[in-house]
Every structure is written in structure tokens, then in C-alpha cells.
Design a protein around this ligand. Structure first.
Ligand code: FE
Length: 238
């Protein structure tokens, strides 16, 4: 068998018309490759002043969160084993190492921005009842949440979660860790990395947390409580 015929049989030769089809396919693949973008804040950057200043948003969202999203995109660009269209939730639940850290931090920060509200909100009745059952009262929940976050050593996140038995828990995670990995559904989070509060509150983590619990977006927490599976942060970042 001559070399040219062998190459054709092994699919190594593409006729001239085939090359243009292949080129078109590669271009389409490039267009379809998902890139995540930094989410928009769900309020103005001066709306939480007293808790979080515009300067903190400038650094925390504009530099820290942006760096996580950019690094996640660059890892995804160089490794196609996650497919063209992974959701952020899939990346948080299924990846390891560097990509997990960047995806986790990307998801956690988007969830954190939505966990806060500039205007007062009310917990829906079923959530309120679950909080009373697990923590005593809303006031007791706030005290226990702040205490748990004060005890979160180093850099991490403090969460209200729903466990597999549909019970509420307050849990701490370190670095980029997300409770979705332990089969728990995040309902609310606060960021206790120092970059979250140092500009506005210096080292006073408690001053930041005491204000945080009075700015919780209870409508958002209620939606997460009523939902099943991972809250969708992908929709804010594509
Ligand atoms: Fe942060």
C-alpha cells in the first residue's frame, strides 16, 4: 500500500474542502469555549457603607475576586478535560488542586455578594421556623454565627448550611473550601479572610461580623433554603 493511501485510511489526510470545514469547526469551538466573567454587584458599591466601603469593593471584588476568575479561566483554557461548558457548580464539586481553589473562590465570593442586602429583609416563614428550631431564635442565630466566625482560625468562610437531613448548621471552612463538597447546601456565607474587612474595620473581625449579620439578604437565604442542590452562581458569571 502506498504511503498516501495508508495516510488516507488512518484519517491523516484531509481533502481541501475538508480543511475549510475543519477550520470552521475549530473557530466554532473557540467561540463556544466558556469564559467566566466577574459578576456585577447586586447593589451599588456605596450601598453597604459602614459594613463594606466602596474602597473595599474596589479591592475585594475588583482585584481579589477578579484574580480568582482570571486564573480559573486561564486554567480552563489550557486544559479542556472539563469540557467546553462546565458550570461553576460542577467545577467546585468535581475538581482538585489549583482549579478547585480558583473555582471555589470564584463561587464563594459571588455567593457572598448576594448574601448581603442594603435594605432590611425578612426570612420567609419556613426558614424562620427552621432557624428557631436549630438555634432558638433569630437573635440567637446571629450570636452563634458571629461566635463561629470569630473561631474560624486564619483565612476562610463561615456558612449557614442545610445538611442532608434538611437541618440547619453553622459551619466553618478554610481557604477556598465549599460545603457542597460535604453534601451540604450553602444558604448564607460571610468571608472572614482579612481582605474582607481590613480596610474598613482593621483587625476588628467582630465589628465587621456584628454589622454583617444585620445586612443579611434573607430573601436570598430563603430561596436557597427552598431550593434543592447547589445554588446557581454560574448564571451571574457567564
Ligand atoms: Fe474574599
Amino acid at each position: 500500500m502506498n504511503t498516501s493511501l495508508q495516510a488516507k485510511e488512518q484519517g491523516l489526510v484531509i481533502e481541501s474542502g475538508g480543511i475549510s470545514i475543519l477550520n470552521r469547526a475549530l473557530n466554532i469551538k473557540e467561540i463556544e469555549m466558556r469564559k467566566f466573567k466577574l459578576p456585577e454587584l447586586p447593589y451599588a458599591n456605596d450601598a453597604l457603607s459602614g459594613l463594606i466601603s466602596p474602597e473595599t469593593f474596589e479591592y475585594h471584588l475588583g482585584k481579589h475576586h477578579k484574580a480568582y476568575v482570571d486564573k480559573m479561566n486561564s486554567i480552563l483554557e489550557s486544559d479542556s478535560s472539563y469540557g467546553d461548558q462546565p458550570t461553576l457548580e460542577e467545577l467546585v464539586q468535581k475538581t482538585e488542586g489549583g482549579l478547585y481553589n480558583q473555582a471555589g473562590q470564584s463561587w464563594n465570593h459571588t455567593f457572598y455578594w448576594h448574601s448581603m442586602s442594603p435594605s432590611p429583609t425578612e426570612a420567609p416563614g419556613d426558614l424562620k421556623a427552621a432557624i428557631d428550631k436549630s438555634f432558638g431564635s433569630m437573635k440567637d442565630f446571629k450570636t452563634q454565627f458571629v461566635e463561629k466566625a470569630m473561631g474560624n482560625f486564619g483565612s476562610g468562610w463561615t456558612w449557614l448550611v442545610k445538611n442532608s437531613k434538611n437541618e440547619l448548621e453553622i459551619v466553618n471552612t478554610s481557604n477556598a473550601e465549599n460545603p457542597l463538597r460535604q453534601g451540604k447546601t450553602p444558604l448564607l456565607v460571610t468571608d472572614v479572610w482579612e481582605h474582607a474587612y481590613y480596610i474598613d474595620h482593621r483587625n476588628a473581625r467582630k465589628a465587621y461580623l456584628d454589622k454583617f449579620v444585620d445586612h443579611v439578604n434573607w430573601s436570598f437565604v430563603g430561596e436557597n433554603f427552598a431550593g434543592s442542590g447547589a445554588p446557581n452562581m454560574t448564571k451571574f458569571m457567564v
